[in-house]
Write a protein that binds this ligand. Structure first.
Ligand SMILES: Cc1ncc(Cc2c([C@H](C)O)sc(CCOP(=O)(O)OP(=O)(O)O)c2C)c(N)n1
Ligand SMILES: [Mg+2]
Length: 542
């Protein structure tokens, strides 16, 4: 066995099902050994930012590790934004970067792709990953790989492996199997007992769930916990789509002033708010009608459990939920609530012009007729619109909010799960990474893409109408599809969009690109409310 085979087997054992990559001379030996090993399929894309987004989505959609492989310097540094997104969004991504061989590093010459020093790249990735290792000795490589990959899964974050180009073919021992750290049983018991006591004392307990319950694969257990606690559940913006088919009475998504007023009141007035795996971010809580006093609640995040003025450390969320369930065995289990039928969307008339809201109504009606599809959304008003989609699988960088995520994420989702996705993307974001659709044929995937085309960076114009630089011009995206191996559709009315979606669904084997033409200035209802909320919050109370 060589180092590459050992590495790939360890990745596969920890849930990876593919590698997205773009080689370069410092990574060619690694790519050739990956090809020879044939442990994981190797999927090239066109630009490194897409590698990170595709691997991110693969991990979110199926669980386990996502993997992106690049060359040193120009390749790896092109990946930085996507890795930073995975760090912020808590995604276990593995970056494999080629690097100069030991004798090259010792040559004393400035090497091509080098920045300030040969360690510059290492230092940059230290800042955006939870663990790193340089595999420059086959004797230490197995233990280093095991430690770093286990860090990615334990902390739900990206990790960095630097592989000098004289190492991939070196003989190497297998990588040890995954090790999970023992949890202090006494601390776990004390924490679970106090948490339940606080919930029992509360008159209006409520559970607000976030991304960690997906990252640690505990959605089913959390649904059972909600049933046994017999308390209502809501999701944060980032947690939208969680528990949607878990048979719990979901109240909806908390959006503060930008969301449902009754739900906002119920959450902000709860005297026993259990924040389970949710990040305390502005996207989740900035639009609060009144600041939530988390001291009165319980916050479970990144292995910490905060209650009142004290916290328990090293209490993994998965172990905590299991401990709580064990303490609730005596309570009658409520039968799983039937999934709530999503209200039949009221479709505007067929000749009505499109708006973000109308697009969502058509998509909800389309999915009601043909079955739910997983959704990958980019950042822009398409993401705010997506919050009005019927609850379903939704992948989006709602917190880090980098544009360019949607198309690569949809490709990664279908490669990793085989499920055909709907991709929602603005025209501005499509201009960044939409061209990766040209790889759909080679990847064997055929997503249905809806471009929210308002010829503008409309979110920015909403916040700054006086800006003269928000216009993006009239790009004919439908005409561009054929050149990339897909089918293009253009829709300006509700009827045209509905027909384009039905046609798109009928055709398999080619991606479908629907250029949904939006009148200038049309905003989704949720973004309009969000903008009003942010403006209200930024004006000091008079
Ligand atoms: C990579 C990247 N660059 C810049 C931004 C800032 C930004 C937004 C956020 C605020 O950071 S929203 C937005 C415009 C998006 O345009 P489009 O995709 O057409 O969507 P829409 O027209 O619906 O706004 C930009 C440039 C970003 N989020 N990500
Ligand atoms: Mg736009």
């Amino acid at each position: 066995m060589n180092l590459t085979q050992a590495l790939l087997q360890a990745l596969q054992a920890r849930g990876a099902t593919e590698v997205f990559g773009i080689p370069g001379d410092f990574a060619l030996p690694l790519f050739l050994e990956m090809q020879k090993a044939a442990v994981l399929p190797l999927h090239p894309l066109s630009h490194e930012p897409a590698l990170a987004f595709a691997a991110d989505a693969a991990s979110r959609a199926r669980g386990g590790l996502g993997v992106a492989a690049v060359t040193y310097g120009a390749g790896a540094l092109n990946l930085v934004n996507g890795v930073a997104s995975a760090y912020a969004e808590r995604v276990p991504l593995v970056i494999l970067s080629g690097a100069p061989a030991a004798h090259e590093a010792a040559s004393g010459l400035m090497l091509h792709h080098q920045v300030k020093s040969l360690d510059s790249q290492w230092r940059i990735f230290q800042e955006i990953t939870v663990d790193q290792a340089r595999l420059d000795d086959p004797r230490t490589a197995p233990a280093l790989i095991a430690r770093v990959l286990d860090s990615a899964l334990r902390e739900a974050g990206p990790v960095y492996l630097e592989i000098p180009r004289d190492m991939p073919a070196r003989p190497c021992e297998p990588v040890p199997a995954r090790q999970t750290r023992p949890v202090d049983a006494e601390r776990l018991a004390a924490c679970a007992d106090e948490l339940l006591a606080r919930l029992r004392q509360a008159r209006h307990p409520l559970m607000l769930v976030g991304v960690e319950i997906r990252r640690y694969g505990i959605e089913e257990q959390v649904a059972e916990l909600a049933r046994r606690l017999d308390i209502p559940v809501a999701t944060t913006l980032m947690g939208r789509g969680l528990l949607h088919d878990a048979g719990v009475p979901l109240l909806g998504t908390y959006l503060g002033l930008a969301g449902d007023a009754a739900l906002t009141e119920q959450i902000e007035s709860s005297d026993g708010l259990l924040l389970l795996g949710a990040i305390l971010s502005d996207t989740n809580f900035a639009a609060a009608r009144r600041p939530i006093n988390f001291r009165h609640g319980i916050r479970v995040w990144q292995g910490q459990v905060e209650m009142g003025h004290h916290s328990y450390h090293d209490v993994p969320i998965k172990d905590l939920v299991e401990a709580l369930l064990l303490r609730l065995l005596t309570r009658p289990l409520r039968p799983a609530a039937p999934p709530q039928p999503w209200p039949a969307p009221l479709l505007p008339s067929a000749d009505a012009p499109l708006s973000p809201g109308a697009i969502i109504s058509v998509l909800n009606e389309f999915q009601q007729r043909h079955g739910a599809m997983p959704v990958a959304s980019d950042v822009g008003d398409c993401l705010f619109s997506a919050l009005d989609l019927a609850p379903g699988d939704l992948l989006a960088p709602g917190y880090y909010a980098s544009m360019g995520y949607g198309v690569p994420a949809g490709l990664g989702l279908q490669v990793a799960t085989g499920r055909r996705p709907l991709i929602l993307v603005g025209d501005g974001a499509f201009q960044m990474t939409g061209w990766e659709l040209g790889n759909a044929r080679a990847l064997g995937v055929d997503p249905i893409v809806v471009v929210f085309n308002n010829s503008s960076w409309e979110m920015l114009r909403t916040f700054q109408p006086e800006g003269q630089y928000h216009g993006r011009g009239d790009w004919d995206f439908a005409a561009m599809a054929a050149g990339m191996g897909g089918a293009g559709h253009r829709a300006a009315t509700v009827g045209e969009l509905r027909m384009a979606l039905d046609q798109a669904l009928q055709e398999r084997g080619r991606f479908q690109l629907i250029d949904a033409r939006l009148p200038a200035g049309s905003l989704s209802p949720t973004l309009s409310r969000f903008v009003q909320a942010v403006k209200r919050l930024s004006m000091p109370e008079d």
